[in-house]
Design a protein around this ligand. Structure first.
Ligand SMILES: C[S@@+](CC[C@H](N)C(=O)[O-])C[C@H]1O[C@@H](n2cnc3c(N)ncnc32)[C@H](O)[C@@H]1O
Length: 199
């Protein structure tokens, strides 16, 4: 498994920026899981979480980690987009691995069923990769060391990487209210969070 950085989402911070009454979540690119079983189980606002990733190697790991019935591990995107119910999609540290074109198509797909939806992108990189890398030790040494390890991994060299300026999201301003906030992830200042809420 290539990515195994231990990050856990802070539900209170998520609630503050998403401002929804209840949360039926699609975690897009879930990796090894950013959710605390305990917090999710106790929080009545969080009704269910679908964990989706395009790396099938994660399935067994996730099945063992998330046994609570609020979690559904489902790696069939067609089925999720056509039949499952969710009011928020979270891309946590994922869009850098998705090209601008693919992201446009994906957002349009979420928007096409006319249901109200909130989409959160967190840990969005905007600086050129090398610049960010050089600055990273000043902000988060642990994350820098993790990124350093990734850089030397054979698989990582084949992975395409995209950065996103805030202006990219202007494309969606007809369909969504757009707001920005501090990174929900642990790399403060070098990355940001953007929230798209259906108008
Ligand atoms: C850096 S990890 C982030 C994992 C987790 N969301 C987190 O915040 O810790 C990136 C994840 O995105 C997944 N991913 C990359 N491209 C994807 C795509 N096009 N569709 C779905 N998942 C993708 C990878 O398999 C990986 O698990």
């Amino acid at each position: 498994m290539l990515f195994n950085y231990d990050y856990e989402i802070n539900l209170e911070k998520l609630f503050k920026i998403a401002k929804l009454e209840y949360y039926k979540i699609l975690d897009y690119g879930c990796g090894k899981g950013i959710w605390s079983n305990d917090h999710v189980e106790k929080d009545s606002k969080v009704q269910n979480i679908i964990l989706y990733d395009n790396n099938a190697d994660l399935i067994n790991f996730l099945r063992k980690k998330y046994k609570n019935k609020k979690f559904e591990i489902n790696f069939n995107l067609e089925e999720i987009t056509n039949t499952k119910e969710y009011n928020i999609v979270i891309f946590s540290s994922v869009i850098q691995y998705i090209s601008h074109e693919e992201l446009k198509r994906t957002i349009n797909k979420f928007n096409s069923n006319k249901k109200k939806i909130t989409i959160i992108f967190t840990d969005v990189p905007f600086l050129p990769r090398l610049v960010e890398f050089v600055m990273m030790p000043l902000f988060n040494l642990k994350r820098f060391l993790f990124s350093l390890k990734l850089l030397f991994s054979q698989n990582y060299k084949n992975i395409k990487y995209s950065t996103y300026q805030k202006s990219f999201f202007d494309l969606f301003q007809n369909e969504f209210e757009i707001s920005y906030s501090k990174n929900l992830h642990d790399l403060k200042y070098l990355r940001y969070t953007v929230v798209l809420s259906s108008k």
